[in-house]
Design a protein around this ligand. Structure first.
Ligand code: ADP
Ligand code: MG
Length: 442
């Protein structure tokens, strides 16, 4: 049965705005979790990143709150990071254009008086990192007496970041009679322990690990023989300024990101920036802000640096290479097509990455369609060192699949065989011909 938001009994003032932001139908976790949350049960919701967990708890809570009321918050949403606090705040803003429900999103790292001023006029929902909630309560600016609903979002990251002691402190001061919701991308033993400690009885709502992302992302592959040809392809794609308006380019390592940055920066229209994990937090936030504001057209990042980055209107995510952790593929492509905008995720794979690609396709339960490399892109022959590296990697993969496999690779000079190269060989020949042709013309 296909559920609709109407059938989930979301309040009218909220329903009215959903279509406008591209929420046409509930995502799987939303269909499953919303009725249970509405029933009043404690809920543990598990679904991977990008599947719409935020609205899964916000929508039924808005319905319960009905409208703005009193001064002290009735809902507290605890989140692990500053970026996430801001993000959930923005989500509330987006989901409530026709409702008078008030909220504040607070986090550590800046003076708390500013946040005290935000909650002072009265709020219905407080989104907070644990430390900041504690500050505001200690200093007497925040009363938690009216809290009826508590959400712990990204519980797995809360645990990773060592928030347990702070959470215990907070639970001591919350009214005992309340509904608890815990959301997480993963359900580990630790998360289960946390749920048992804080939630007492709960219902677990889970959607399969490879649930489709909430929004529509058009995914495509390019099979590219080597690094330098990947660079050529990226440069060519970025020449299309009309479509590639806001692009995140992912690389697997910092060094890789640097290398790509140097080339792309020189050859591309518009501002290009790189997100460094080793530069200060403020420069990271500046770069993310400039990108969100549309001042930066191309942002180059590693998986680690892009944590918490949720820019709307990202037109394209380009995976320069396959992410070393397969789940990161879903995280990466989740940056595009936010809130119903159409987005495109392009992944560049060389021969040694195809094995990993297969694993990702298993994870997302789909085969990603392959695009041809555009005629204009020059295909460069694979250099000796890179060729050797690719062959070695392919050998390693074959050995994993088949422990008896002897290994075809010897430390001799050996080019990729036609079979190893697959399509690449044909493509390569074609390009050579074309180059000759164009030379002749000249
Ligand atoms: P998660 O918390 O599971 O990682 P989010 O709640 O951040 O995912 O949602 C990811 C994106 O999907 C957000 O940009 C959100 O606006 C969008 N989204 C959520 N639910 C829907 C829906 N039902 N229809 C369309 N877009 C949705
Ligand atoms: Mg989330």
């Amino acid at each position: 049965m296909k559920k609709t938001f109407e059938s989930l009994k979301i309040s009218k003032s909220i329903l009215k705005g959903l279509g406008e932001i591209g929420f046409i139908k509930p995502s799987p976790i939303q269909s499953k979790a919303i009725p249970v949350i509405s029933s009043g049960a404690n809920v543990v919701g598990i679904a991977q990143t990008g599947t719409g967990k935020t609205a899964a708890y916000l929508l039924p809570l808005f319905t319960k709150l009905v409208k703005a009321e009193g001064v002290d918050p009735r809902v507290v949403v605890l989140v692990p990071t500053r970026e996430l606090s801001m993000q959930v705040g923005e989500d509330i803003e987006e989901l409530t254009p026709y409702s008078d429900i008030r909220y504040a999103a607070v986090f550590g790292g800046i003076g708390w008086t500013k946040h005290a001023a935000l909650i002072e006029p009265g709020i219905d929902i407080l989104v907070a990192t644990p430390g900041r909630l504690w500050d505001l309560h200690k200093t007497g600016y925040l009363s938690l007496k009216k809290v009826k609903y508590l959400v712990i979002d990204e519980a797995d990251r809360m645990l990773d970041m060592g928030f347990m002691p702070q959470l215990r402190q907070i639970f001591e001061i919350l009214p005992a009679k309340r509904q608890n919701l815990l959301f997480s991308a993963t359900f580990s033993e630790k998360v289960e322990g946390m749920a048992q400690e804080f939630l007492d009885h709960f219902e677990r709502v889970e959607v399969s690990k490879s649930a489709t992302p909430a929004r529509l992302v058009k995914q495509r592959l390019y099979k590219v023989p080597n690094y330098r040809t990947k660079l050529n392809l990226v440069r060519h794609l970025l020449e299309n300024e009309e479509q590639f308006t806001r692009v995140i380019l992912f690389a697997k390592t910092k060094e890789h990101a640097e290398g790509i940055f140097k080339v792309v920066k020189r050859k591309t229209e518009g501002e290009v920036r790189i997100l460094h994990s080793n530069k200060g937090q403020s420069s990271r936030i500046n770069a993310i802000k400039a990108f969100k504001d549309g001042e930066v057209r191309v942002l180059i990042s590693t998986d680690v640096s892009a944590r918490g980055l949720d820019a709307s209107q990202v037109s394209h995510v380009i995976n320069f290479d396959i992410p070393p952790r397969y789940e990161d593929y879903v995280h990466r492509i989740g940056r595009t097509a936010r809130a119903g905008n159409k987005g495109v995720a392009l992944t560049l794979v060389d021969p040694s990455e195809e094995w990993h690609l297969e694993k990702i396709e298993k994870l997302i339960r789909m085969e990603i369609p392959v695009n041809d490399i555009p005629e204009e892109v020059e295909i460069i022959p694979t250099e000796f060192d890179e060729n050797q590296k690719q062959l070695r990697e392919i050998d390693r993969q074959k050995k994993i699949d088949n422990p008896d496999y002897q290994g075809a690779f010897h430390e001799k000079k050996r080019k990729l065989s036609a079979k190893d190269m697959g399509k690449y060989t044909d493509k390569f020949k074609r390009t050579k011909k074309r180059q000759k042709r164009s030379k002749r013309r000249k």
